[in-house]
Design a protein around this ligand. Structure first.
Ligand code: ADP
Ligand code: MG
Length: 342
């Protein structure tokens, strides 16, 4: 077939650039929700209210009680590559916030209707900005201190994408997964979720054990070892499930690096190896582990979705995790110790 005639090279319009980026950052409603939750946590929120409709396709509303956005920064918040979180390569290399790329809100606004309402503590009232208002002029609004972001009609202007979305129930389940992953790492933050006006998850602020029990079940708490080991600038804490908790699917494996849920082959491998003597065949262990590491020792800028990391000294991390988990698994489960002493 004849090749399409070559066009001259030209710079793409901003909106199209954001729509392209949205393909990676906002793969589905739960991915947009994850970005909104990260923003709220980066803003210091201690309470997050999440309201979803139609699996998150029709509406994602996140209300937080964080620091808010100043009137004059609302338009910037929606601008691609604009962020309050880093300003230099040095900042990037030691980034401690969940976000830093300055593209989530711009990407979401490129594929949905987005409205921000926000109020800082020093403002007399809130300000509201609709992403589709060309003037970029915020309007006065009523709102408590903090931020409310509403995302409606995801992928309304990109039907090819919309076609790939699954059923409402499936998309909602992905949204709940996104909340669960973040909520496990932030037990001191309260979360509530509703779907189509009906109450879903309700997680009051509490400690790590209570949070893990509400999200992973009491059986996980009863049949797991607690771990808390530090060495060589690394720390691993959390819980590793006993072999009796193992299942056929790897759906109870939560692994975090500096508070960020990650999917990492190296860490998954280290954990798998640590279970090797206890688990046979293709049985999948259940665990929830948090790895803390000096931010300069890990690169989180690997993929736009920020769920992949690269360790500077991968071998050292692997060995540390392997030994910490292997030793924890060899110990007597804390629940059994408690039963013995009581
Ligand atoms: P990033 O999080 O990478 O900086 P985003 O596009 O997600 O990029 O957000 C852009 C900016 O908008 C953030 O840097 C932050 O200053 C501001 N922002 C977004 N959401 C909130 C929020 N819920 N509370 C306070 N500020 C926010
Ligand atoms: Mg962000």
């Amino acid at each position: 077939s004849p090749a399409t005639p070559r066009r001259p090279i030209q710079c793409l319009p901003d909106l199209l650039i954001s729509q392209i980026a949205a393909g990676e950052v906002v793969e589905r409603p739960s991915a947009a929700l994850k970005e909104l939750l990260e923003n709220a946590l980066d803003a210091g929120a201690t309470s997050l209210n999440i309201q979803l409709e139609g699996g998150g396709v029709d509406l994602i509303r996140v209300i937080d009680n964080g620091g808010g956005i100043a009137r004059d920064e609302l338009a910037l918040a929606l601008t691609r590559h604009a962020t309050s979180k880093i300003a230099s390569l040095d900042d990037l290399e030691r980034v401690g916030t969940l976000g830093f790329r300055g593209e989530a809100l711009a990407s979401i606004a490129a594929v949905a209707e987005l409205v921000i309402t926000s109020r800082r503590a020093d403002a007399a009232h809130a300000w509201c900005l609709r992403a589709d208002v060309a003037s970029g002029e915020p309007e006065p609004a009523a709102h408590a201190i903090g931020t409310r972001i509403e995302v409606r009609d995801l992928y309304r202007n990109t039907p090819a994408r919309r076609k790939f979305l699954k059923s409402e129930a499936t998309e909602y389940a992905h949204c709940v997964d996104a909340v669960r992953r973040i909520a496990l790492a932030y037990p001191e933050v309260a979360f509530t979720v509703s779907h189509n006006g009906r109450a879903g998850l309700h997680l009051p602020a509490g400690d790590a054990t209570t949070r893990a029990a509400s999200l992973l079940g009491d059986d996980f708490i009863d049949a797991s070892h607690t771990v808390d080991v530090a060495a060589g600038g690394l720390r691993l804490r959390g819980r590793v499930g006993l072999p009796t908790l193992a299942r056929t699917r790897a759906d109870a494996q939560y692994c975090y690096v500096n508070g960020r849920f990650v999917r990492d082959k190296l860490l998954a491998h280290a954990l798998r190896e640590a279970y090797r003597d206890q688990l046979h065949g293709s049985r999948q262990p259940a665990y929830c582990v948090f790895i803390d590491i000096d931010p300069t020792e890990v690169d989180v800028n690997v993929h736009p979705a920020k769920t992949e990391v690269r360790f500077r000294d991968a071998r050292a991390v692997h060995q540390f995790v392997f030994h910490a988990v292997q030793r924890a698994l060899a110990a007597t489960p804390s629940a059994m110790l408690a039963a013995r002493t009581s």
